[in-house]
Design a protein around this ligand. Structure first.
Ligand SMILES: Cc1cc2nc3c(=O)[nH]c(=O)nc-3n(C[C@H](O)[C@H](O)[C@H](O)COP(=O)(O)OP(=O)(O)OC[C@H]3O[C@@H](n4cnc5c(N)ncnc54)[C@H](O)[C@@H]3O)c2cc1C
Length: 264
């Protein structure tokens, strides 16, 4: 690891100011992606700005029709939260399935969302629930937030402060985890709201996406038989040592049927 300067500001304004004064700064949250990347020298920031001492960046609350989760909230806190269980229990399930106990006790929702790993779980929830990413300067809709593999609409020095998830009638999340890392080979977040069905898939392609073919079919007939003829574009799927593109395309439909079976 290269040398770097370590900062521990006590307010969002100070953190952003420090970022702007540094040569090549990065925010540090749980460090579960950033620190390993620095160890293998994929990242070499001159300054690390630790968000741990900033009051108010973590916490979970329900506010006017939204479940609001602070950026520094750890995965374990989401997995075990009663507020989440009453509002959107699918998020308990999602967070409880991230990595292992160590990862869940350190990793944060803000770090995960900012990192936008194509196999991460939260991006599927953001897209399917039509969440809003609240930063130190604006609000970004989930549809506009993800701009590609590990890419987001965030400006370089922009800090996520919280994520607002609109409450919905029913939602569920299922994933087929990579047996080694627990990242999603395919993860399906499904939402039912009025006559609308929203299906977001992570892990399968270069970034999270909504499967509009499934959404249309399920809006007309909310049953597994509606998915029988759905075929995902094999050329858009990831193909690696863990699974072929054909396997992942097939798995998307299998996992969508599993998600469907969770709705009572
Ligand atoms: C072994 C292992 C298994 C894992 N399994 C899974 C899994 O199954 N599913 C899954 O989804 N994830 C998984 N993860 C990732 C985990 O969820 C981490 O939480 C996530 O990678 C990053 O969160 P973090 O808080 O550790 O962020 P950090 O590593 O501290 O930061 C990650 C990036 O986000 C930026 N950042 C952090 N906070 C903010 C903020 N508030 N505003 C703007 N930018 C910010 C940082 O600058 C950095 O670029 C796994 C990780 C490991 C090591």
């Amino acid at each position: 690891m290269y040398d770097f300067n370590y900062h521990r500001p006590h307010s969002v304004a100070d953190a952003v100011k420090l970022f702007r004064q540094s040569d090549d700064a990065m925010y540090l949250a749980g460090g579960h992606t950033l620190i390993p990347s620095m160890k293998v020298r994929l990242r070499a920031p001159t300054d690390l700005i630790d968000l741990a001492a900033i009051p108010g960046l973590d916490g979970i609350s329900e506010e006017s029709g939204n479940l609001v989760i602070g950026a520094f909230t750890r995965h374990d806190a989401v997995a075990t939260s009663e507020v989440v269980r009453r509002a959107i229990p699918a998020l308990n399930i999602l967070a409880g399935g991230i990595g292992d106990a160590q990862v869940r006790n350190r990793g944060t929702i803000g770090g995960s969302v900012a990192n936008n790993d194509p196999a991460a779980d939260y991006p599927a929830a953001l897209l399917a629930l039509n969440a809003t990413v609240r930063t130190d300067r604006r609000e970004i809709s989930a549809a506009e937030f993800s701009t590609g593999m590990f890419e987001t609409a965030l400006e370089e020095d922009e800090m996520i402060q919280s994520i607002a998830f609109p409450l919905v009638e029913a939602a569920t999340y299922v994933k087929f985890p990579n047996p080694a890392s627990r990242y999603a080979m395919v993860g399906v977040f499904m939402v039912r709201q009025g006559g609308e069905v929203r299906v977001a898939i992570t892990g399968a392609a270069s970034g999270v996406f909504r499967c509009t073919d499934m959404e249309t079919a399920l809006a007309a007939d909310f049953s597994a038989s509606a998915l029988e003829n759905i075929k995902l574009d094999v050329h858009a799927m990831n193909d690696d040592m863990h699974a072929s593109a054909e396997y992942r395309a097939h798995l998307c439909v299998v996992m969508a049927k599993q998600a469907l079976s969770k709705f009572s």
